[in-house]
Design a protein around this ligand. Structure first.
Ligand code: CU
Length: 175
């Protein structure tokens, strides 16, 4: 009798171990992105194709003939890839998206991206020596401003405006 009980107990332990294993396997094989997607679906059934921009700053060049650089963090919280069809600002003639790339000879070069893409559920950081905005020919009144707007025209048709802090650059920058 005592022996039978022990056997039963042993059987139960094996069973519960299997249960734990199964659970681990399930958690392991669920990619984080899928989990995030499920969470997002649960929270907001209607996905809005828009971007969230934080820590936007413009390093104003001391000479208007030299372009200024723009840095920021761009987040796409939607489940769709978003491309930026056009970049502009009321205070600059022209705004471009650049990426600094190091060529095989070790020289840093800038590559222009006409329609930069922000992948679904991801974040793109614009920073020195990486992706950045290049802003050409500032308007005169910009010097007195501490903040200006950047305008992104998105692939969804939406036009978004983001405030960017102006930083006066003492030395001419670059990349
Ligand atoms: Cu550049």
């Amino acid at each position: 009798m005592k022996h039978k009980e022990q056997k039963l107990l042993h059987g139960k332990i094996i069973y519960s171990n299997l249960g734990v294993l199964k659970l681990n396997k399930y958690a392991f094989f669920t990619p984080p992105k899928t989990m995030m997607l499920l969470m997002l679906i649960g929270l907001s059934p209607i996905s809005q194709a828009e971007l969230v921009v934080t820590e936007a700053s413009i390093h104003l060049s001391p000479m208007s003939s030299i372009p200024s650089a723009g840095y920021m963090t761009i987040q796409n919280k939607s489940q769709n890839e978003i491309s930026i069809q056009a970049l502009s600002s009321d205070h600059f003639e022209k705004v471009e998206w650049h990426e600094t790339v190091i060529s095989t000879d070790g020289i840093a070069k800038m590559r222009m991206e006409k329609k930069p893409v922000i992948p679904a559920l991801s974040k793109v950081v614009l920073k020195r020596r990486g992706k950045h905005l290049m802003l050409y020919q500032p308007s005169k009144e910009i010097e007195t401003k501490s903040e200006i707007n950047l305008i992104f025209k998105l692939s969804s048709g939406l036009q978004q405006r983001f405030p960017a802090q102006i930083h006066q650059q003492k030395k001419s920058h670059h990349h």
